[in-house]
Design a binder for this molecule. Sequence first.
Ligand SMILES: *[C@@H]1O[C@H](CO)[C@@H](O)[C@H](O)[C@H]1NC(C)=O
Ligand SMILES: *[C@@H]1O[C@H](CO)[C@@H](O)[C@H](O)[C@H]1NC(C)=O
Length: 470
Amino acid sequence: MFPVLALAIFCGLLAQNTQGYASPQAIVNLGPEMLQRLISHRLDSQALVGRLQNLPLQSILQGGSGGLLGLGNLPVLGGLVDGLLGNILGVKIRNIELLRLDIRLDEVAKHIIVTVPADVEIEINLPLSLGRLLHVKLYLDIQVAVRILTDPVSGHVKLVVGNCHNNPGHLRITLLNNKGPLLQTVNNLLRAVTDILEKTVPHLLQKELCPLVNMLLEDVLNLLQGSSSSYVHGDMIQLRPSSTSLRNGVMQIGYEGTVRLPGGQNYIVPSGTAPLPHAPLGDAPMNMLLSDHLLSAMLRAFLTPRAINIHSPQEITAFSRQMAALSGFKGAIRALQVSYGAPVLAMTVGRIEVKQNIDVKVYSGRHLFTVRATVTSLGAVSVAGGSLRLTLHLEGIDNLSLINSSVGNFDVQHLTGAISHLVSGFLLPHQNHLLAEGFPLPLVQQLGIDHLNAAPGQNALLLFAPPLAS
Ligand SMILES: *[C@@H]1O[C@H](CO)[C@@H](O)[C@H](O)[C@H]1NC(C)=O
Ligand SMILES: *[C@@H]1O[C@H](CO)[C@@H](O)[C@H](O)[C@H]1NC(C)=O
């Protein structure tokens, strides 16, 4: 809508900081708990269990040492046991329970290790002469490492799913109904069965589980490496991940902000006034930092300079009353126009301040006069539905000056009340309406977080999620 203006604004921003775009304009810090939740929520354990329950366990066991689905090197079993295995009436997976995922960040090796522990209960149905049902419980860990790779040329960071394997040190087999003395033959059989299970089932489960876990992780990584973008009056503002690192047990994703104008050119939002600080998570499962320049770019995209005509009789009447109180002013006021320039945002601890210059033009039939003023408002930040929303509240009006007048000179200070009224009753509600659309933040919605708390700091805004309900 206002490409030329927008261009001027962003070029202006660009000029403020010509050295180094290296430091990101936004940082997302994710704790292991958040990653765990992100993956778990996508894990369709029903589908997984369904798939595993159909594993051909029976044919594996009954095939004895010979028919192990190409698994090769299995222990040579005695002929007796082989015969007994042939007598097994049924083998099935009774229950599979996927336990709580474990996420470990290996900062030195730049790995994220995802462990999917599973409890598998197997039921073996023996002929009557040998006893009854045997319940065997298998506990195994499927492990996948995600590597953080940096492209040596572009410097861009990619997350890559590595090998998926079953952690052999973590396999445990328990006989659930091993009560009382057993016949020697049954004992032999049990040993043979557990032996075979131990050597085959984890491998089989791994073969089934790994592609699913890999797919899931690819999905999660795509999400973590996703950009967030928003069209604001024809300009696209995009936050694109530019760095990923593991630091102090936290995964950190840095974002670069770009603005694509309708003409197709890209402008990189320059780094903030100061590099974004380190923000420890504390109790929060995730937090996010936004630079003052990024927030400023967002605000300017929403509030591109414009002029608004006011025809509302209430506003005009209220303004006229104030004018009438000025000594010597006569004549009816019929129309008002307020125009505003690019807002300037500044952040200090606990405070977001926005200043903008406005011109108020006052008309009867003709132009009467123009007053210029600086409006200072305080910004309140809220995050809902994954979007950041800034709301402006009037703090004060300064620097009133009469720019031109066809009704002679008068002391514009007397208009402070009238203009404050106009700003708080008309201009700011209008701007807050434009800002209400909000700017979608990266990852927040995807992480299933409804609400973030906001804490303005020196030149950076900190947003943090409340502790997760377990
Ligand atoms: C008023 O104008 C002066 C001079 O242009 C400027 O230094 C000052 O910051 C302005 N005050 C406000 C509140 O913007
Ligand atoms: C008065 O000043 C404003 C702001 O500079 C300008 O837009 C407008 O054209 C001027 N009007 C007259 C009648 O000079």
